[in-house]
Ligand binder design. Structure first.
Ligand code: G3H
Length: 247
């Protein structure tokens, strides 16, 4: 489409020189504007994204959901091994380090930050994001899955029938989370540096599914093990995901 062409015939979004120039023509309505906004934010540069869950938490040990517990001893060990891995991976490379604002992710990240001297810290841009919090489990806060099954059998059943859409009473569904993670996805698309993102199982399921283009119904079942780094490498038409078990 040449300059000024098609103006009275069609709607289009033209991206010139890999996003240096952006032309929209006859873009009207919610969906078309959202697409324009999305295209404005996607990247063509390729940077790795390292995803990982926090180290094992005290609640993980008891198989409890929700809460804001600290790392277990095993989890602290992972934080140390992860920080060695990250130091090898990103020696004198500027990176963005993101975590949720929950104790278990902050403690995991702190071990890495504390292992760097001032010379190395200048390469790490650390920010906490509220949007990266784990799924809010509402009335099931602090319970084990067995307790949920016993005390709220109908809720338990409803969730097993439609895990993607099921919303915990006073809590969230996976679909709610996908919405709240949208700004994070835009930031990940836009960033010009590698990102290390330390978050939670349900959060990583949503983010990684986006980058792997997985069907929505598969999101709540994606395997995101503890003590494992998930390394995403962007290619032209797909993203490659490596699972590196550190412990
Ligand atoms: O509730 C917290 C869990 O990490 C999310 O797992 O959706 O499989 O229950 P789930």
């Amino acid at each position: 489409i040449g300059e000024g062409e098609g103006e009275d015939k069609c709607s289009y979004i033209q991206i010139i020189n890999g996003g240096k120039k952006f032309i929209t023509c006859n873009i009207k309505g919610y969906l078309a504007s959202r697409i324009a906004f999305f295209l404005l934010n996607i990247r063509i540069s390729s940077h790795n994204i390292i995803f990982t869950r926090h180290g094992e938490s005290e609640y993980n040990v008891e198989d409890r959901i929700g809460g804001d517990s600290s790392l277990s001893n095993h989890g602290k060990q992972y934080a140390t091994i992860l920080s060695q891995y990250l130091s090898n991976e990103f020696d004198q490379t500027y990176i963005n380090l993101w975590s949720s604002d929950m104790k278990r992710t902050r403690e995991t990240v702190k071990t890495y930050l504390d292992s760097n001297d001032e010379n190395h810290l200048k390469y790490i841009n650390y920010t906490e994001h509220k949007e990266l919090s784990e799924i809010h489990v509402g009335i099931c806060e602090g319970m084990t899955y067995n307790e949920v099954k016993e005390q709220y059998p109908q809720e338990y059943q409803a969730r097993s029938i439609d895990k993607l859409r099921y919303r915990y009473p006073q809590g969230e569904s996976y679909l709610d989370m996908i919405k709240r993670l949208e700004p994070i996805i835009f930031e990940l698309e836009r960033t010009d540096k590698p990102v290390v993102l330390v978050a939670h199982r349900a959060v990583l399921r949503c983010l990684i599914s986006y980058f792997l283009d997985l069907p929505a119904e598969e999101i709540p079942y994606l395997d995101i093990p503890l003590h494992t780094v998930l390394k995403l490498t962007p290619a032209s038409y797909y993203n490659k995901l490596e699972k590196i078990k550190l412990m």
